[in-house]
Design a protein around this ligand. Structure first.
Ligand SMILES: Cc1cc2nc3c(=O)[nH]c(=O)nc-3n(C[C@H](O)[C@H](O)[C@H](O)COP(=O)(O)O)c2cc1C
Length: 340
């Protein structure tokens, strides 16, 4: 079982579902001495297996795989229908809203066979048999938490480590319940969780500089998990309009939390779609499936105003550079600061 202290560099690449995560990105971070991750979310089990094979061909180092925990009960169809009606003016096709579990059991079987060093869960706790199976396969099981209460539940459930995700983070809030999303900033969350649970913590949310890596390590985290910091690296599969929005940095600097794209609260750079559909319901994954074709069409025509531009609050500082270089620089800067 991988101990976080075994990492050469205490930096974890955030799993980045929806395109940015690639085997090349994970391999580059592993080779730099951090922990690379594959994001299983939205993919089929077959695609996940192929990505793991590609990653294994690029590096022998330990790596992680992130799974979405099975979603809660289906949303009220009337609520979804109302939201669908409100999207009629959007350019592009709408999808069929459906409820599913993101093929959780199929992906669980893939990771139990491939035995990555770490399996992290987001959106909830793994069912107890799933956790036991991953343990038997020799995987460390990490659970994403956004509140001290979630941290206590994950610890009692048997997690090996916690990913403490502050509200600064880009992408979806990773907590257990979308109707009661965690709202704590990362430093407050780290302090509160450390006071209640003994598990190693991986800190996530708004970490884009070595100074921030040093800050979370000083605050008691065992590692820093960075997402937005790597979105502009050439190894990432970030779409062209998403890259362009990140590169504009200052002009489009504001991020906000929204359910407009997926029906689950997530942080992105505020654009027209996000502003226009501020009243989107909590209905995941129904709304994800509803807007998926619309977003694919917008991405294809390069329209950054109609796609999810997931980014953390510190995104204007994200650099365009090879992923390995970014990770090594973060570690060098953090080491220099902590050494002073
Ligand atoms: C584009 C994007 C996709 C993400 N996808 C996932 C995911 O599939 N699973 C997950 O646990 N977290 C996901 N996250 C959240 C990250 O794990 C992490 O909490 C976040 O990136 C940290 O904040 P930062 O972006 O400011 O570094 C995603 C974040 C972004 C920006």
């Amino acid at each position: 079982v991988l101990a976080l202290s075994q990492l050469e560099i205490p930096i974890v690449q955030a799993p980045l579902a929806g395109g940015p995560s690639t085997p090349a990105l994970a391999a580059a971070v592993c080779e730099a001495g951090g922990l690379g991750f594959l994001a299983a979310g939205y993919r089929t089990a077959g695609e996940l297996a192929a990505q793991i094979a590609e990653l294994r061909s690029r590096t022998d180092r330990p790596y992680g795989v992130n799974l979405f925990a099975p979603a809660g009960p289906p949303a009220d169809p009337a609520v979804v229908e109302r939201y669908r009606a409100s999207l009629q003016g959007e350019a592009g096709p709408l999808g069929e809203p459906r409820h599913d579990d993101d093929a959780f059991e199929e992906k669980l079987a893939v990771v139990a066979a491939e035995r990555p060093a770490v399996v992290s869960l987001t959106f909830g706790l793994p069912p107890a048999p799933a956790l036991a199976g991953l343990r038997d396969a020799g995987c460390s099981v990490w659970v994403t938490v956004t509140t001290p209460a979630e941290a206590e539940r994950a610890a009692a459930h048997g997690a090996d480590a916690l990913v403490a995700q502050g509200v600064e983070a880009g992408g979806h809030r990773g907590g257990f319940d979308d109707s009661a999303p965690g709202e704590l900033g990362l430093l407050a969350l780290l302090q509160l969780v450390l006071a209640r649970v003994e598990l190693p913590l991986v800190a996530a949310g708004g970490i884009v500089t070595g100074a921030a890596v040093a800050a979370v390590l000083a605050a008691g985290a065992s590692a820093a998990q960075v997402g937005t910091a790597l979105l502009r690296s050439p190894e990432a599969g970030t779409s062209a309009p998403h890259r362009a929005a990140l590169a504009r940095g200052d002009a489009l600097a504001e991020t906000g939390l929204t359910r407009a794209f997926s029906g689950r609260l997530a942080r992105g750079i505020v654009n027209r779609f996000q502003r226009s559909h501020a009243d989107a319901p909590s209905a995941y994954p129904e709304v994800h499936h509803l807007t998926a074709p619309l977003r694919a069409a917008a991405r294809a025509r390069g329209d950054a105003e109609a796609i999810n531009l997931w980014a953390g609050q510190a995104h204007p500082l994200a650099r365009e550079a090879p992923a390995g270089e970014i990770v090594r620089q973060l570690a060098d800067e953090a080491r220099a600061i902590l050494g002073r």
